[in-house]
Design a protein around this ligand. Structure first.
Ligand SMILES: NC(=O)c1ccc[n+]([C@@H]2O[C@H](COP(=O)([O-])OP(=O)(O)OC[C@H]3O[C@@H](n4cnc5c(N)ncnc54)[C@H](OP(=O)(O)O)[C@@H]3O)[C@@H](O)[C@H]2O)c1
Length: 386
């Protein structure tokens, strides 16, 4: 029986994780949950899962949740809040496995604390690795802690890597669906609506990652994530457009062999893999072989998706540039989703922030968070000037 903490329990990955726990009641137990602002879903999860501890974003929300639990006659649950609450959720003594699925850099402190506390971490939150990968990975190595990727591409690579030694890898190929604008004429990009950008062709996900998939910044973050997780230079991490999203990624070995991982496009599979690693357990997630009838691949179009170029540049520079790439995107995506800037301004904002970012390498999580705050402030300035 594995005892779980789920950070981001009210989100897409968090809810998929709970569906797995539901399917395997003898294998996993929910000990603690961390939500953000969705008190309604957090309350329902308390009713269903009876976690020992639950965290929400701030004190008024914690008061609201406590009142609702009391009114429903539910007792014995500790309700905490804010970053300290999330850290508490991630580091309880009885936890064996932490699912890190808070969106954005908000999940960083708790993920780092989980590693320091020696917990195995299933990492969906790619922003943690982009902003603080060097520090997180070094800490995990020092403490012999497993960081298991849940992001489907990195999960696929993790699976393929079992077919050879790290020094036998020539390169890895991250597949990308190309998002909703893969074939849209470039002159129409200026008028892309929020609804169009939120319509991903193959995956149902949270809002930020869906917009990031439309700009392909998501693939850019994944390039950096892959460099860090698998200790590879950016030149060894390649991207191929694969609209069917059937192959989740590929590893090319030095002898020329290529291993690929294929499965249904359902995030429960990589979550299950991480939760049960190094074993595999029976699931009902079967793959329809008819999906192999057509597999298309093409190189990415850097003109159409400037975010990819920006990500490779940031990956080469590392440190504060990776932090700024993520932070400026988070601000720009929020501005797009609230109708304040057009879609095409997302990469422009990121580029302007990167140009103003110093070439430094933060050495602690506190320094990472300071650099993140600086990049956000720069992004807000850039947006105000537009
Ligand atoms: N969805 C996918 O298929 C997928 C695939 C690969 C990787 N990922 C990665 O997984 C992460 C989660 O993605 P998602 O799609 O599940 O996102 P999502 O549906 O937007 O969920 C985000 C979660 O984070 C919580 N949250 C946000 N800000 C918080 C804060 N300040 N404190 C505590 N909790 C906070 C949200 O809480 P409330 O909703 O309660 O506010 C929610 O539970 C992202 O890093 C994403 O890139 C997702």
């Amino acid at each position: 029986m594995k005892h779980l903490a789920i950070l981001g329990s009210t989100g897409s990955i968090g809810q998929s994780t709970l569906r797995i726990v539901e399917s395997y009641p003898g294998s996993f137990r929910v000990v603690s949950l961390a939500a953000g602002r969705n008190v309604e879903t957090a309350f329902e999860q308390c009713q269903r899962w009876h976690p020992r501890v639950i965290s929400v974003a701030d004190e008024p929300l914690a008061d609201e949740l406590r009142a609702r639990l009391k009114a429903a006659g539910i007792s014995g649950m500790e309700v905490v809040h804010g970053p300290a609450g999330t850290v508490h959720v991630a580091t309880l003594t009885e936890i064996d496995f932490v699912v890190s699925a808070i969106v954005g850099v908000a999940g960083l402190e708790a993920t780092y604390a989980a590693v320091v506390a020696g917990k195995t971490v299933g990492l969906a939150n790619k922003e943690c690795l982009v902003a603080a990968g060097e520090i997180l990975i070094a800490e995990a190595r020092r403490r012999n802690v497993r960081l298991l990727p849940i992001d489907s591409e990195h999960n696929a690579i993790h699976q393929c890597m079992r077919g050879g030694a790290p020094q036998e890898v020539r390169s890895i190929w991250l597949t990308a669906s190309g998002g909703p604008f893969r074939t849209m004429p470039l002159e129409q990009f200026a008028s892309i609506s929020i609804e169009q950008a939120l319509k991903h062709p193959t995956w149902v996900m949270g809002q930020r990652i869906t917009i990031d998939s439309a700009t392909m910044l998501n693939k850019g973050l994944e390039i950096i994530e892959a460099c860090r997780l698998f200790d590879l230079p950016p030149s060894a991490v390649k991207v191929t457009i694969h609209p069917q999203s059937t192959i989740h990624s590929l590893v090319e070995f030095v002898d020329g062999s290529i291993l690929a991982q294929l499965s249904v496009t359902d995030m429960r599979l990589p979550i299950l893999y991480a939760l049960t690693y190094p074993e595999r357990i029976v699931s009902d997630l079967t793959f329809d072989m008819a999906a192999l009838a057509q597999l298309d691949f093409s190189p990415p179009d850097f003109k159409r998706f400037p975010c990819l170029r920006l990500a490779y540049e940031a990956a080469e520079l590392g440190g504060e540039h990776c932090i700024a790439l993520n932070a400026s995107d988070e601000i720009a995506v929020e501005a797009f989703l609230t109708g304040r800037i057009p879609f095409v301004s997302i990469p422009r904002t990121i580029e302007a922030v990167l140009q103003q970012t110093p070439h430094r390498h933060p050495e602690t999580i506190a320094e990472v968070l300071e650099a993140d705050a600086r990049a956000r402030a720069t992004a807000r300035n850039v947006l105000a000037l537009r």
